[in-house]
Design a protein around this ligand. Structure first.
Ligand SMILES: Nc1ncnc2c1ncn2[C@@H]1O[C@H](COP(=O)(O)OP(=O)(O)OP(=O)(O)O)[C@@H](O)[C@H]1O
Length: 442
């Protein structure tokens, strides 16, 4: 299917899938150089930050759990967020920082420090946008809470089947419940498996992904209204557009606010070229010429459609390349596995469509090839995607090479607009001239 137009629902699914993909791929913290911004509910109260987990005076079995996960010190956002989340009396928090900065670990720690495992009823409630995301968070709770033998976790998700074993009104005994808004709402109201008045910590994770789904916003608010006044409310989001902010303020009263800006990407350390071709076959030939002239450790090649990506991957394989293909019809777990193999260097070329690779960071890739230029659904240049694909965080300073394939007046026009947007010249490359290709790596 060459149709890249997506329905709104697919877009939303995409967001949850992207988020899950990031979690599956990520094995450690994202480094950031930016400063955390803190806005305290009470600006006169002292601002605490911690440089070690000991300073937090956690219960011994929780500290043990933290160290068992291999954490040595709090991440940047955790330095500020943890003292706030653990303060007495409990304070509410809205926190925003990009994926991989330690948000999940932070709120799991907050839940575990407040839960009383001896009390056999739900005390912490965590909302996630999808079943798969809920499971990922559940895993973190299980790991960090592994030294609490009595602690049990319940998944309030349609798929769990848990509900079938219970009569309406019968209460569950698990101390932590994690689930999707619709099911959690049923458990709190219609089915009454949970007494919402006994909840001490309420977490709303991935708020930006959450509100993209119709109904989740209202359901979350309805759940929040059932909670006691002194319940601690915590909301997390990777991005902070207006809609997220409005929602956050509705569900989290009197919040402290913590923000950590994304690491900026820059084109300054990238050499950009374009190659003029007449059609797809010429683009492929140009690509072969480039491979023939220079040694490319690992490259990512972006195509507009699944069909082109599939075709290109097959052609490259015929030429003897080890190719990985990332495609939209693959399950998230499969995609994660493909990316993982590529990161380990098992394949040298990764061919992918725009949609699949959005938000993926593969740092070691030195060459990015836009087999098709990135355009949005109206056919205009997608500058943001262009930057994200080939841009580097200035700090890593690794030099990169980007090659754009242009095959019509129209795509030349797109390229010109991208140049203008970034005010950076993209040089022409003649791929029939081997000497010239070699020069680009100097
Ligand atoms: N203090 C820490 N020290 C070392 N590793 C940590 C620390 N906190 C979290 N991590 C690890 O870093 C990775 C990212 O953390 P976490 O999942 O909490 O981030 P996140 O901001 O919630 O991102 P995402 O939304 O993608 O899950 C995880 O592998 C986690 O185990």
């Amino acid at each position: 299917d060459d149709n890249i137009e997506k329905t709104e629902d697919e877009e939303k699914e995409d967001r949850a899938a992207q988020s899950l993909l990031n979690k599956l791929i990520r094995s450690n913290l994202v480094d950031t150089t930016n400063q955390v911004e803190v806005l305290q509910r009470d600006p006169t109260s002292p601002l605490y930050s911690v440089k070690s987990f000991e300073e937090l005076r956690l219960k011994p079995q929780l500290l043990q759990g933290v160290y068992a996960m291999g954490f040595n010190r709090p991440s940047k956002i955790q330095e500020n967020a943890l003292p706030m989340m653990l303060a007495e009396p409990p304070q509410n928090l809205i926190a925003q920082s990009q994926s991989g900065t330690g948000k999940t670990a932070a709120f799991v720690l907050a839940m575990l420090s407040r839960v009383e495992p001896g009390n056999k009823y739900p005390q912490c409630l965590c909302l996630s946008p999808t079943y798969e995301l809920a499971l990922q968070t559940g895993k973190v709770i299980e790991q960090m809470g592994k030294f609490y033998p009595e602690l049990k976790l319940a998944y309030a998700v349609r798929e769990s089947g848990r509900a079938f074993h219970l009569e309406r009104g019968q209460k569950i005994s698990e101390q932590i419940v994690i689930g999707t808004p619709g099911t959690v709402l049923d458990w709190c109201s219609k089915l009454k498996f949970i007494d919402p008045k006994k909840i001490k910590v309420f977490v709303l994770d991935e708020a930006d992904v959450m509100i993209a789904t119709q109904g989740h916003q209202d359901q979350s608010i309805r759940i929040q209204r059932m909670l006691p006044r002194d319940c601690q409310m915590l909301l997390f989001s990777a991005t902070f557009e207006d809609s997220v902010w409005k929602f956050a303020q509705k569900v989290v009263p009197d919040p402290n606010i913590i923000k950590l800006k994304r690491e900026e990407e820059t084109l300054d350390t990238i050499k950009q070229y374009y190659v003029l071709c007449n059609n797809r076959d010429e683009k492929f030939q140009a690509l072969c010429n480039i491979y023939g002239a220079i040694t490319i450790a690992q490259a990512m090649i972006f195509c507009h459609t699944r069909k082109t990506a599939g075709w290109l991957a097959a052609e490259l394989s015929k030429e003897g390349h080890q190719v990985a293909l990332l495609s939209g019809e693959m399950m998230v777990e499969q995609r994660a596995a493909v990316i993982e193999r590529f990161r380990e260097g098992k394949e040298k070329v990764l061919v992918t469509t725009n949609v699949c690779a959005r938000g993926i960071d593969v740092e070691q890739v030195s060459v990015v090839i836009n087999f098709d230029l990135p355009v949005d659904k109206d056919g205009n240049p997608d500058n943001e995607t262009y930057l994200h694909r080939i841009g580097r965080t200035g700090r890593f300073g690794k030099r990169g090479l980007a090659i754009n394939m242009v095959d019509s007046k129209h795509s030349m026009n797109i390229l010109n607009r991208i140049q203008e947007h970034f005010n950076k010249k993209i040089n022409k490359l003649d791929t029939d001239d081997l000497d010239e290709i070699e020069k680009i790596t100097n």
